[in-house]
Design a binder for this molecule. Structure first.
Ligand SMILES: [Zn+2]
Length: 389
């Protein structure tokens, strides 16, 4: 497997070749096998973090991750994001790579102005999983941040043999607001003035939907939001905010929806773009506390205890150059923006081991496939086989 500078040509040539073969769009083939393997929770330690503030034992702001959780799995301190000409080291790119095992596996699905609509062009883990096994969408689940509606699009890709029929469900404050406004309008719950305002707000939120793929929540998700509303109401002021909200959504989902595959897209360390280093280190500590709660919930639940693999890694690194006017950026292709890590733990994985070999971010999707028992045929590489006990 090549690690280092690459170009787009291989991928483009391969997809052109596939197009020329004249594959017809596949109809949704129904899986027949039920899933009996381990649950997998992918934690995107996201918004871009450096090794120094996370897995470096001397400087970590994530003590649970670094000092407790590493004893339960394999820490891979040197995972890299390949350098590819013309590709940015950023959140969408890294997340889609984690989900597909392919670099540059994304397409612009009609971005306008500030609304960025980047969709995976290769199948996501959710699609591989649901195509291989009989699993309802709410058990193949994406948990997203409230102010990143662009991440709603990671729930399925445009690959002709996969796609929307195998999508994940998504939980986020954005989804809740859409659900709640729809509910208000359907029940005509409010004055005429209220309803006009609600309808306007709903139209604004739906600007972020993919054309032709407006999301219709399943019965289980309807029930989930209905319970959420009874507890937290309409104001958005009672529930947690930021990355603490993602933990809250994930914990509730583990109780009520019991996802077999769940990805949590933490994001708040990214607020450091505006220059305040303490926002960054505090955000790392908040994700670390989220991890503590998620692992504890798994350890005390009949459904998750002893049968859950956690896969934890950043979407991208951040710059290490202390001379920058605004430090901790990640868009300039510096070496440390390509330097990440991973921690993988759970049944079937070695314990308390450090794997001191360079691995590549694109190996994560095939590794999840190996844990769950499906092939990630479109991924660029194979799994990190040395972690398995
Ligand atoms: Zn960023």
């Amino acid at each position: 497997m090549a690690i280092g500078r690459r170009t787009f040509t291989g991928g483009i040539a391969a997809s052109l070749a596939a197009a020329k073969l004249g594959f017809v769009p596949g109809a949704a083939e129904a899986a027949t096998r039920s899933y009996r393997g381990p649950n997998v929770v992918i934690v995107r330690f996201g918004g871009g973090v450096r090794r120094r503030e996370t897995v470096d034992p001397e400087h970590s702001f994530a003590p649970f991750l670094r000092h407790t959780l590493t004893k339960r799995g394999v820490l891979i301190p040197d995972v890299r994001i390949a350098e590819i000409d013309g590709m940015d080291t950023s959140h969408a790119e890294g997340t889609i790579n984690i989900l597909t095992g392919r670099y540059a596996a994304w397409r612009d699905a009609g971005s306008t102005g500030l609304t960025r609509k980047i969709v995976p062009a290769a199948p996501t883990l959710f699609e591989y999983f649901r195509k291989a096994f009989v699993v309802p969408a709410h058990q193949s689940l994406l948990i997203n941040g409230e102010d990143r509606p662009q991440e709603e699009f990671y729930s399925f890709g445009t690959h002709r043999h996969f796609g929307v029929a195998y999508r994940s469900e998504v939980l986020s404050l954005y989804r809740y607001k859409i659900w709640n406004l729809g509910r208000k309008l359907a029940r005509r719950d409010g004055s005429d003035e209220d309803l006009v305002a609600a309808s306007k707000k709903l139209a604004e939120l739906k600007e972020f939907e993919l054309f032709g793929h407006e999301h219709v929540p399943s019965e289980e998700i309807e029930k989930f939001w209905s319970g959420w509303r009874s507890e937290f109401g309409d104001s958005g002021l009672v529930n947690q905010r930021g990355d603490r909200l993602l933990t809250q959504l994930a914990l509730r989902a583990m109780k009520e929806l019991r996802p077999r595959l769940m990805m949590i897209n933490y994001q708040d360390p990214d607020y450091v773009h505006w220059g305040n280093a303490s926002h960054y280190t505090r955000a790392i500590a908040i994700i670390d506390d989220g991890l503590r709660q998620l692992v504890s919930a798994a350890d005390t639940s009949d459904h998750y205890r002893g049968r859950t693999v956690f896969v934890i890694l950043p979407d991208c690194g951040r710059d290490a150059n202390p001379l920058m006017d605004v430090p901790f950026q990640h868009h300039f292709n510096t070496r440390s923006a390509h330097e990440i890590w991973a921690l993988i733990l759970g049944p079937g994985i070695e314990k308390g081991r450090t794997l001191d070999k360079v691995q590549d971010q694109s190996m994560i999707a095939p590794t999840v496939g190996a844990v769950m028992g499906f092939r990630t045929g479109q991924a660029e590489t194979g799994p990190i086989s040395e972690i398995f006990s």
